[in-house]
Write a protein that binds this ligand. Structure first.
Ligand SMILES: [Cu+2]
Length: 127
C-alpha cells in the first residue's frame, strides 16, 4: 500500500518535470521567432521586419509546394540573387509544414521569392 503511493508520487513528479521542461523549450523558441504564413500561391504578407540575429519562421498553411530562395520576381521573371549580408536561403516546403530561415545577422533589406509561383515575393527588413 505504502509502496503504491510512493510509486504514484514518483510518476506525478516525473510528469510535472517533463511538463515544465516542455513549457520552457516552447516559450524559448516560438515567442522570439517572427513568422510569415504562405497560402496556395503566395505569401500572406509581402513584407516583414525582424531584429538582427533573428530567424524567420515560414509556415505553409496550404497543400502547395513552395521553394523559397534568395531573389525576386521582377515583371514576371525570376531573378535569383543574394544581397551582401543575406543568409543563404534554399528551403522547400511540401505543404502543411514550416521551417525557419536565417538567422539574419546583418541589418538590411533582403528579397526572397518562391521559384514555383510567379510573383511570390517577400521582402525581409532586418534592423
Ligand atoms: Cu510558392
Amino acid at each position: 500500500m505504502m509502496y503504491k503511493k510512493m510509486l504514484i508520487g514518483l510518476i506525478i513528479g516525473a510528469l510535472l518535470t517533463v511538463g515544465i521542461a516542455a513549457c520552457t523549450i516552447t516559450s524559448g523558441s516560438t515567442s522570439t521567432m517572427p513568422a510569415v504564413h504562405m497560402g496556395n500561391t503566395d505569401f500572406v504578407q509581402h513584407a516583414v521586419t525582424i531584429q538582427k540575429g533573428q530567424k524567420l519562421n515560414l509556415i505553409d498553411d496550404a497543400t502547395s509546394t513552395h521553394i523559397i530562395t534568395n531573389g525576386s520576381w521582377v515583371n514576371g521573371s525570376a531573378k535569383p540573387g543574394k544581397e551582401p549580408g543575406a543568409p543563404t536561403v534554399n528551403q522547400t516546403y511540401i505543404g502543411n509544414d514550416s521551417a525557419p530561415i536565417g538567422p539574419f545577422n546583418t541589418a538590411g533589406t533582403y528579397q526572397l521569392y518562391c521559384t514555383v509561383h510567379q510573383n511570390m515575393n517577400l521582402t525581409v527588413t532586418v534592423q
